[in-house]
Design a protein around this ligand. Structure first.
Ligand code: ATP
Ligand code: MG
Length: 393
């Protein structure tokens, strides 16, 4: 029965002169997800509102599910729009609308009319009163409550008349593309896809990098990361995933450096390489799934030593999250099931029994000098041979 959707957006409403940029990014993302849906749609922006008009039959649930993945959307209101053919016709339409949408009429309501077209023969107060009266007459169980109604029935008088009363919550945040781009270090774990989701939610476009160590990590482990990138792209738009062959670097570190420091030195090389690829691809920051204290390489001391190799800002949206909180988000956004598939990851292959938890920067730097003979060449080679996969939903 619905023929259109009114899209509400909160945060981007307050952006002053930049507002139109945000609105454009939002319209762009809405059009992008609608391409996944059956049917034709027209997206318009008028008076600080975004409307989606269906041009053909469509699957309501499919459209709503997809709109729920667009950051920047705070509410999705399914609308019926009817031509203005006089007040009696409008009353009949409203009575019919209530009947179809609210099976149980034991509800309180309020009519909230807005006259955007001033030549309409009644003012908003009159429309509220008259329509309220018609509804009370048609459905004696219904009661008016002007303060906390169960149903707020909006009637907007424009060229056509728009009627809506349902608001489905959207994900909030800001439209992707309105806030630059950053490089996500994406592993096969639970945390990094959630971290990517959270930064994308702030309007940031996402590229990703995965460090692969064949044959120690299998093709199935790589496929899992591609699948995770695709799950993130459901919200973030297409994700360019750089797959870096990390084997030689890892083996070289293993050969030359103390094994308790392997993880931390490896993490420093991941960050260095990620930063190089980020700069080559106009990314303004790095994103990781780190959280203080989660493992040895994420103590405050380890994070400080890892961070030291980067000059780009590193966004760590999960830094203060407990594992359970991260799991909650991953279940909600649909990455959890894939993340827990039991494939090896390159951080655990060579892991020492007792990795350092309080690395000393000077010591780590000194031990990295053991790598001086070949490491620059290996890093360059890893970057030159990266494989790019475009992950899209
Ligand atoms: P995750 O669940 O995201 O894998 P984790 O708890 O396993 O995280 P670590 O393995 O210490 O934590 O990794 C910390 C962060 O470093 C990850 O969240 C991710 O951003 C990055 N990272 C780790 N391994 C890789 C990898 N092989 N490729 C790309 N990034 C990685
Ligand atoms: Mg991991």
């Amino acid at each position: 029965m619905f023929t259109a959707f009114l899209i509400k957006y909160a945060e981007i409403g307050v952006k002053g002169k930049n507002r139109y940029l945000f609105e454009e990014a939002l319209v762009h993302q809405i059009k992008y997800v609608l391409k996944r849906c059956e049917g034709g749609f027209k997206v318009t922006r008028t008076d600080g509102r975004i409307y989606i008009h269906a041009l053909s039959e469509f699957d309501y649930d499919e459209v709503v599910e997809n709109l729920k993945t667009v950051f920047g959307v705070s509410g999705i209101c399914p609308v019926i729009h009817v031509p203005d053919e006089g007040f009696d016709k409008l009353s009949a339409t409203v009575v019919d609308y209530i009947d179809k949408v609210y099976e149980d009429k034991n509800i309180t309501f309020k009519v909230n009319a807005r006259r955007a077209r001033k030549n309409y023969p009644m003012n908003s107060m009159e429309i509220n009163r008259e329509l309220g009266g018609v509804l009370l007459e048609s459905y004696p169980e219904m009661k008016v409550d002007v303060h906390h109604p169960d149903v707020m029935l909006y009637v907007e008088i424009r060229e056509k008349i728009y009627i809506y009363s349902i608001e489905i919550p959207g994900p909030g945040g800001m439209p992707v593309g309105s806030n630059g781009k950053a490089m996500l270090l994406l592993s096969g774990g639970i945390d990094s896809p959630v971290a990517g989701y959270m930064i994308a939610k702030r309007g940031v476009k996402i590229d990703a990098v995965y460090f692969h160590a064949p044959p120690y990590t299998s093709d199935r482990a790589k496929q899992k990361v591609i699948d995770l990138a695709r799950l993130v792209s459901r919200y973030a738009g297409p994700v360019y995933l750089h797959i870096i062959n990390f084997t030689e670097i890892q083996l070289y570190i293993y050969e030359k450096c103390p094994h308790e420091e392997l993880t931390i030195i490896m993490r420093r090389y991941m960050m260095r390489i990620a930063e190089r690829i980020a700069r080559e691809n106009e990314c303004l920051g790095l994103i990781t799934g780190e959280s203080i204290g989660q493992v040895a390489s994420q103590t405050v001391q380890s994070l400080a030593v890892t961070n030291e190799v980067c000059t780009l800002p590193v966004f760590r949206p999960l830094i203060g999250f407990d594992k359970m909180e991260i799991v909650d988000v991953s279940e909600r956004i649909g990455t959890y099931e894939t993340s827990i598939l039991p494939f090896e990851d390159c951080c655990t292959i060579f892991v020492a029994k007792h990795p350092v938890t309080k690395p000393n920067l000077k010591v780590i730097r000194r031990h990295e000098e053991y790598l001086s003979e070949k490491i620059d060449k290996l890093v360059q080679q890893a970057i030159d041979t990266d494989e790019v996969v475009i992950a899209r939903w």
